[in-house]
Design a protein around this ligand. Sequence first.
Ligand SMILES: O=C(O)C1=C[C@@H](OP(=O)(O)O)[C@@H](O)[C@H](O)C1
Ligand SMILES: C=C(OP(=O)(O)O)C(=O)O
Length: 457
Amino acid sequence: MTQHWSAPLSPGRLDATVELPGSKSLTNRHLLLAALAGEPTQLTAPLDSRDTRLMAAALRTLGAEVDTEGTTNSGAPLWRVMPLQPGGTASAEPLDIDCGLAGTVMRFVPAVAALLRTPVRFNGDAAARRRPMGPVVEALRQLGATIEGGEDGFLPFTVTGNESVTGGEISIDASGSSQFVSALLLSAARLPLGLTVRHTGASLPSPQHIEMTLEVLRAAGVPASTGADGRSWSVGAAVPAPGDVVVEPDLSNAGPFLAAALVCGGTVRVPRWPARTTQIGALWRELLPAMGATVELGADAVLSVTGYGTPRGIDAADTGELAPTLAALCAVSEGPSRLTGIAHLRGHETDRLAALVAEFTRIGVPASELADGVQIRPVPGSAHGAVWESYEDHRMATAGAIVGLAVPGIEVENVETTAKTLPEFTRMWEAMLATATPPAPGGHAPSNAAPNEEAHA
Ligand SMILES: O=C(O)C1=C[C@@H](OP(=O)(O)O)[C@@H](O)[C@H](O)C1
Ligand SMILES: C=C(OP(=O)(O)O)C(=O)O
């Protein structure tokens, strides 16, 4: 029988400090570049989760040594990587890689396989076989690799590299995912001619993640740049030298905890918040004030978000992987919201636009799909408890937790799916809520008022 997690209701004003583990996107980029490096690499504070374990396992299959057992004196993960051998020895016996549901594994690792001489079979969860892969297959064919399967643009398929895979210039349509571009750029350093990737599509999602790829490459000493038109990227041939890397906390996974400050009132702090970052989660510093929160980044690198219990709706574009979290916050806010520029979320872990609309509708929050997003029109008093389906999508599960702070009786189905990027989610959520001061009888404590309301409280 499926176990449901009863999402806790807001217990009152929060006063919590939440330590987030490392960024999924940075951890998997650093692991991959470390596998293509000339020297061993050490990663301090990487994310230890399903997606990063799948990346580590994939790179081991291709010949790298990845030790995920170490910890620092303060208990943070300390991972070590011994690189694989591009070219390597040819073998007719295929290798098998399980991508799970990790976009970073299913898109990034086939480009590494094209540097080898052994057939590598890629497969993953049933849901992974519905995520678009066509541009990866197409790009690797343009590079000269042999791909068996994948004609329909989906997993499974087999990649075999050969000596004609030397790099040069290729064109792809990356309007379905920025990961198509990142995948090619990350492995490009080990192509003898380097690589230029041109984007031919109309729109380009998640440009922050492409910038992250370029920055991680440059930090490893690899020449990497964006073309003047903003639609092409070049990587020079070089052996990456990542050295010792410290991974930033995952700012996208910070989202649900920061959102809780707005719904419950009070303050949630996240330490080690980078002053400058390519993570899309940097946008929380603009989005949450627009919804009524006070957001401060201290000189001690602690981000503090203070909320007042009644967030207001927002119109926001291009919020990428933050959108499910933001949408959940909008569903329990005052006034309508429109989230646009996120059509590509239909190809994420699930069709996130359909999933969000289905779950909001089920709990009595009017919502509908737009061509490139969702609109949410909460009606005061109409939301009610129900089972909240998570669609094997970690961000749908955490969205249910946010909604559950304000709507009694939300039962999140398969909350364990949060293990994709945050295995400790429910423990961290409950610890955050345990810091609450219950509201005074008959309503919110006066100090829960927004600054401009305090004088009238
Ligand atoms: O490169 C990455 O690490 C990612 C890129 C983005 O993909 P899309 O461009 O498909 O949104 C993001 O949503 C995903 O969670 C991680
Ligand atoms: C889209 C996401 O993941 P993936 O890396 O699997 O694409 C996500 O984490 O929101």
